[in-house]
Design a protein around this ligand. Structure first.
Ligand code: PLP
Length: 394
């Protein structure tokens, strides 16, 4: 029999293309920075999560090179078998101190961090309360746990409390979980209300602050610091792949939980750790933030300037409270055309449509960075104005 058992893949890919959901991935010929090289041309980069411009920072690169010379390029195996390099331990110690938590554990990515911790917090007989816009890695972590998932309306604390009241007699553990910053709109999880409700109803509280690390709070310590919640949020997940400029994820919180992840967290036990170069670069990034909040301040200055000017021009930037700047266009086709015209004018800014955002809410998502100069932002504003008027958005 000569059946093409993978023929369904062609159908799936064709369907994505028909629905305009097929991702065409741009190839960069440079490092991530305010400007990137694509097809041999310099383009203003409004796409990356390199909030603080650390992705190609000289100190991080030097630390990565030095660690590579000292420890080699790979960790050898999972840490429980091949041993843990001192650079990983140093990263975790400094990160925990920076975050003001008892302990932390570094994982390969923010995605892995969610898969590691959620199934250890709750299991088959337990309940999870999850914001409807939570990130895919939270959703997958929740599914892996086999707990029953109760989805509450986005930021709808009344709805969350209604669900908690309905489940008041439930004997199992309960976990409330939210993004710190919602990546498509740039709005904040209501962590103070979640802390209150978790305490009132005896739940574990958890935040995934991927877009808040290095952005919110004093020196970029994240959303828990921003709201001065101390240890009232039990579990903090973060990523090292965005503001910290490198790659990786972590869980910070109670030392017992961190120890439990080392004993039973599946991505920790069954997948090799960060490379020494990544651990060293991340460590350098955390130390840099600790020493100075200059980059964080510059990021916010840039974001406020850019968002203020866009609003003055008549663009709709939604409900953002962070440097994530959605420029809401509405129609997916117009939004894609907007992005294409920007690209022609040397601006790299992606259009995001359904199903990542609701139907009719397609947008250009602009990611502001401390690496952008005022001239960069003015160039972007002028170009957004031209394209916006041409397409009759403003
Ligand atoms: C809320 C949230 N969690 C986790 C991740 C994944 O982080 P990483 O790229 O480190 O896996 C992201 C990235 O988009 C995110 O926004």
């Amino acid at each position: 029999m000569n059946k093409d058992v993978l023929a369904f893949v062609d159908e799936q890919l064709d369907e994505l293309k028909e629905k305009n959901l097929y991702n065409t991935i741009r190839v960069l010929e440079s490092s991530q920075g305010a400007w990137v090289t694509i097809d041999g041309r310099s383009k203003l980069n409004l796409c990356s999560n390199n909030y603080l411009g650390l992705a190609a920072d000289e100190d991080l690169v030097a630390a990565a090179c030095e660690a590579t010379r000292k420890y080699g390029v790979g960790p050898g195996a999972v840490r429980t078998i091949a041993g843990t390099m001192s650079i990983h331990g140093e990263l975790e110690r400094v990160l925990a101190e920076f975050k003001g938590r008892e302990a932390s554990i570094a994982l390969q990515s923010g995605f892995s961090a969610n898969l590691a911790v959620i199934p250890l917090l709750v299991g088959r007989d337990d309940l999870i309360y999850s914001d409807e816009f939570n990130h895919a890695s939270i959703i997958d972590g929740c599914r892996l746990s086999r707990a029953k998932i109760r989805v509450f309306g986005h930021l709808d604390m009344d709805h969350l409390e209604e669900l908690l009241k309905e489940d008041i007699e439930h004997p199992g553990r309960k976990l409330i979980i939210s993004d710190g910053v919602f990546s498509m709109d740039g709005d904040l999880g209501n962590m103070p209300a979640i802390a209150d409700l978790a305490e009132k109803y005896g739940c574990i509280s958890m935040v995934d602050d991927a877009h808040g690390e290095g952005v919110l709070g004093s020196h970029g310590r994240g959303i828990v610091d921003h709201y001065e919640l101390g240890e009232r949020i039990d579990v903090e997940v973060g990523t090292l792949s965005k503001a910290m400029g490198c790659v990786g994820g972590f869980v910070a919180g109670d030392a017992r939980l961190i120890e439990y992840i080392k004993q039973r967290g599946r991505p920790f036990l069954f997948s090799s750790s960060l490379t020494p170069a990544e651990a060293a670069a991340n460590l350098t990034a955390v130390r840099k933030l600790w020493e100075s909040d200059e980059l964080v301040s510059r990021l916010w200055d840039n974001a406020k300037y850019f968002q203020g000017k866009l609003s003055e021009m008549g663009f709709d930037t939604g409900r953002t409270e962070t440097p994530i700047t959605p420029v809401i266009i509405g129609d997916a086709g117009v939004s894609a055309e907007f992005s294409r015209r920007l690209f022609e004018k040397d601006i790299f800014a992606q259009s995001i449509g359904f199903p990542t955002v609701p139907q009719g809410k397609a947008r250009i998502r602009v990611m502001i960075s401390a690496a952008h100069s005022r001239e960069d932002l003015d160039f972007a504003l002028e170009t957004f104005g031209i394209v916006g008027r041409d397409l009759e958005i403003i």
